[in-house]
Write a protein that binds this ligand. Structure first.
Ligand code: GAR
Length: 210
């Protein structure tokens, strides 16, 4: 089983979805640690309640981004991390860090990339008037929300939706696809080759890919 560290900044519901998936026999990854940049992240308690080691490294304690990212890296190495899963981690990572983990670090973003990068994606989707919105699991590259997509799920936008109702609908889709995308990376069905996502033929058996 691949050793996965999860980086969070808050609630940690996607982290919880990964923890629950990893309890299922045969799941190809185990969650070996949860790292937060905020000590008040609610997800830290959920992780601890599941017996998973946690750590906090706050940007306030470091002079610059490189120093913080070096500290994050130390924690990840201490856990013998093989894959990093960002789950609502709300800080930009340095190019040095993203390059070190290239092909081994994934993120979930609450929009159908390349539409609606950055923050307030549900407001952005409502303002744009799209009828389909959703979420994307992608490899992390130096550009924010720019890495190639591994898996996406779409949800409808309906009359009367608010950012909150839309966020809740998208979040259910996030919890569905993030464990599947992580499993596909962990068992080698998905990889990053020359900046492009490679899917093996048997990923077509997983309906989340099609
Ligand atoms: C999720 O919707 C995730 O997609 C989003 O933050 C939320 C975290 O919720 N991530 C980003 O916006 C990344 N820029 P969670 O802590 O309950 O998983």
């Amino acid at each position: 089983r691949k050793r996965v560290a999860v980086l969070i900044s808050g609630r940690g519901s996607n982290m919880t979805a990964l923890i629950e998936a990893a309890k299922i026999p045969g799941y190809p990854a185990e969650i070996v640690g949860v790292l937060s940049n905020r000590s008040d992240a609610a997800g830290l308690e959920t992780a601890a309640a599941n017996g998973i080691p946690t750590a906090v490294r706050s940007h306030r304690d470091f002079p610059d981004r490189n120093a913080l990212d070096a500290a994050l890296d130390d924690v990840l190495r201490g856990w013998n991390t093989e894959i990093v899963a960002l789950a609502g981690f709300m800080r930009l990572l340095t190019p040095r860090f993203t390059e070190r983990w290239l092909g081994r670090m994934i993120n979930i973003h609450p929009a159908l990339l390349p539409s609606f990068k950055g923050l307030h994606t549900h407001e952005q989707a409502l303002a744009a008037g799209v009828h389909l919105h959703g979420c994307t699991v992608h490899f992390v590259t130096p550009g924010m929300d720019e890495g190639p997509a591994i898996m996406q799920a779409a949800v409808p936008v309906v009359q009367g939706d608010t950012p909150d109702t839309l966020a809740a609908r998208v979040l259910r889709a996030e919890h569905r696809i993030y464990p599947r995308a992580l499993a596909a990376l962990a068992d080698g069905r998905v990889s990053l080759v020359d900046g492009r996502v490679m899917l093996t033929a048997d990923t077509l058996d997983d309906e989340a890919f099609v």
